[in-house]
Design a protein around this ligand. Structure first.
Ligand SMILES: NC(=O)c1ccc[n+]([C@@H]2O[C@H](COP(=O)([O-])OP(=O)(O)OC[C@H]3O[C@@H](n4cnc5c(N)ncnc54)[C@H](OP(=O)(O)O)[C@@H]3O)[C@@H](O)[C@H]2O)c1
Length: 377
């Protein structure tokens, strides 16, 4: 296992951080969890050198923190730093924030949380957290020693990331980043901005939730043609760790083999080790994925709201994801939710209001017909 310095904090962390969101293959929100297996996976990772563990109040139907607390008994707590999170939806004032933190400490069986994050914020959620006094609360808890570092995890566009990052003296930030997301969410610009301020960056969705672990044929052909043979997972993690601004890469693992494989990979990766040929390979791989895009929807939502309730960006996102990465539980769930809410492409009456509003001049009406055929087939 390689260890990296966490920016201005100056502390060391394992390059591989274990994410506790997906045990059993269960996505966040599912309640079925094999507790003994999860505990043994967590301990296996720590025994292999992992020192950074990420969980959240809401993961696995609020059971993730409990399982982690149990796993960290018997001397394991002292070997790791814990990151957990406060969801905006669960708090409304100082008293509820105090109650939530107390509950999390109890579940985790610890007297302090190392990295305490405002969970999955964008500008709207950050403004909400400010309006209920969360920054003051985090500062107070830090002074009292109940949390060590005040942090946030982010999902939103780059301009909002820049605003939030510059709006407070954060200790750490967690962003979604991988070789496909260089211009998505915080993206490379966000990573470099945080790095320029010395703020350590923890990466989530480094494999896009597992989607990048199985390369489609045109991508696998590129990997196969490269003189040095590595798995798609290894290429993805190697590319991430090549960025000096990255402190920790989180990955959720469901099997001991995945833990062992990731322990091995993160023992070989370092900042700035990739050759020009390797970097070109990853550019080619990205282009090969993008060539599978069905429609060039950027999710700007200028087409919304559709007068007939069609969730145009959601459908196009699912259509593109299935073409790029194959059917996976996340895309499947997202698409099912669209249908369940009655926002499917079958509501389209071809009025064309969306096409008139689309800055990309996309053939939305034809696209919806094709998406319906592909996804419902
Ligand atoms: N704060 C937030 O808003 C937020 C959002 C997302 C995630 N997170 C955190 O970030 C962590 C990491 O995100 P993530 O779980 O999405 O990470 P990820 O690394 O992108 O995806 C994890 C999935 O990748 C697959 N995988 C991992 N190692 C593998 C290996 N060696 N070989 C083959 N497949 C492998 C597994 O998929 P299979 O299940 O298909 O085997 C695993 O479930 C989460 O666990 C969570 O703690 C936070």
């Amino acid at each position: 296992m390689n260890y990296r310095t966490m920016g201005k904090l100056g502390i060391q962390a394992s390059a591989f951080g274990l994410g506790c969101m997906r045990f059993n293959g269960a996505a966040s929100g599912d309640s079925v969890i094999d507790e003994q297996k999860a505990i043994s996976l967590i301990r296996r990772a720590i025994d292999g050198g992992v020192t950074y563990i990420d969980t959240a109040y809401v993961y696995l139907n609020k059971t993730s923190e409990i399982v982690l607390g149990k796993a960290l008994r018997d001397g394991y707590r002292e070997k790791v730093t814990i990151a957990t999170k406060m969801p905006a939806e669960a708090v409304k004032d100082r008293a509820s924030m105090e109650a939530l933190l107390a509950e999390e400490l109890k579940k985790l069986q610890t007297d302090h949380i190392d990295f305490y994050l405002m969970h999955g914020i964008n500008k709207e959620k950050w403004e909400y957290f400010k309006s209920i006094g969360a920054p003051q609360f985090f500062d107070d808890m830090k002074r009292e020693g109940k949390i060590r570092y005040k942090c946030f995890s982010f999902h939103g566009p780059y301009d909002q990331f820049e605003y939030i990052l510059n709006d407070w003296d954060w200790d750490m930030v967690q962003i979604q980043y991988n070789f496909m997301d260089i211009n998505n969410q915080a993206g490379t610009k966000g990573l470099e901005l945080a790095g320029s301020k010395g703020i350590p960056v923890v990466i989530m969705e480094g494999l896009l939730g597992g989607r990048l672990a199985n390369a489609p044929d045109n991508v696998q052909a590129l990997y196969d043609a490269f003189p040095v043979k590595r798995t798609p997972v290894e290429w993805a993690f190697r590319w991430l760790c090549n960025h000096p601004e990255v402190s920790v890469v989180l990955s959720g693992c469901n099997e001991a083999e995945q833990i062992d494989e990731n322990l091995r990979i993160f023992g070989t990766v370092e900042a700035a080790i990739m050759s020009d040929e390797e970097l070109k390979l990853m550019d080619d791989v990205r282009a090969a994925y993008i060539s599978r895009t069905k429609i060039g929807c950027t999710g700007c939502r200028y087409c919304m709201p559709c007068p007939n309730g069609v969730n145009i960006p959601g459908i196009f996102s699912a259509w593109n994801n299935v073409s790029l990465y194959g059917i996976d539980p996340k895309s499947d769930w997202q698409y099912r939710m669209i249908l369940e809410k009655g926002n499917g492409a079958d509501n389209c009456v071809g009025c064309g209001a969306c096409e008139a509003a689309c800055p990309q001049h996309l053939g939305i009406i034809d696209g919806l017909v094709s998406a319906w055929k592909d996804l419902n087939g």
